[in-house]
Design a protein around this ligand. Structure first.
Ligand code: ZN
Ligand code: ZN
Length: 230
């Protein structure tokens, strides 16, 4: 298997999808769409996949607006991940990727319109999707049939013509590099907490969970408040 950076350099979308399948767990249309959008954005911006030093310096950032399968395609193709602080999640709920150079804050935003893409789905696939995924029912045979359609549509999405997307040059307001904070120990659970997340009650430090605060969390519906049962 070729290295991912090489596959991106050669614009081998099928090869990238193989890696993405390992990472994401399955092949689906929006995983492929994330790869396609990334390849377009990298080409338009004239950059490659994050390399060793780029991933340390956060030289390129990927700003995603959805936490769907699309975003896993973006992480695999661009190398910008949640963990290397090069993936920024903006909670607008749109299928869009903005790739931006930290050097100049010039970026390219690639937006995909789900309604426009829907016309590419065979009617049978839409029917199966509603039954198996939306309503969470469907026989094992129907599930298998859906996955077959999914792979088929995904392979088509890997090579979607650019005019299926809205592609625009954007200037992105500068985003700070991930700061390193000191850690403070919670006086209830004894765990270490990143300083800005510490809550003081009667001058004693607590983690947000022990303080009983609502904590912003990214769940299926996006960023929302969540109460941890610690
Ligand atoms: Zn998926
Ligand atoms: Zn605690």
């Amino acid at each position: 298997m070729l290295k991912l950076n090489k596959l991106v350099e050669k614009r081998d979308a099928e090869g990238i999808l193989e890696y993405a399948k390992e990472f994401h767990g399955h092949i689906c249309p929006y995983l492929a769409l994330g790869i396609r959008a990334s390849l377009i954005a990298m080409e338009e911006l004239g950059v490659g996949r994050l390399d060793y030093s780029g991933s340390v310096d956060e030289s390129i950032l990927a700003i995603v607006e959805t936490n769907s399968c699309f975003t896993d395609g973006v992480q695999v193709a661009t190398g910008c991940t949640l963990g290397n602080n090069s993936l920024i999640y903006v909670d607008t709920g749109k299928t869009a990727l903005t790739l931006v150079k930290r050097e100049t804050w010039e970026g390219v935003r690639v937006y995909a319109d789900s309604e426009k893409l829907r016309e590419l789905y065979p009617p049978r696939a839409t029917k199966l999707f509603n039954k198996v995924v939306k309503e969470r029912r469907g026989t094992p045979e129907e599930r298998k049939e859906l996955w077959r359609y999914w792979e088929e549509i995904a392979k088509e999405f890997l090579h979607l013509p650019k005019d299926y997307f809205k592609i625009e040059r954007v200037k992105v307001p500068p985003i700070e590099q991930a700061p390193i904070f000191e850690s403070i120990r919670c006086s209830k659970c004894g765990e270490l907490v990143m300083a800005p997340k510490v809550v003081y009650i009667n001058e004693k430090p607590y983690c947000r969970a022990c303080a009983g605060e609502e904590i912003p969390a990214i769940i299926g519906r996006g960023i929302t408040s969540w109460r941890c049962s610690k």
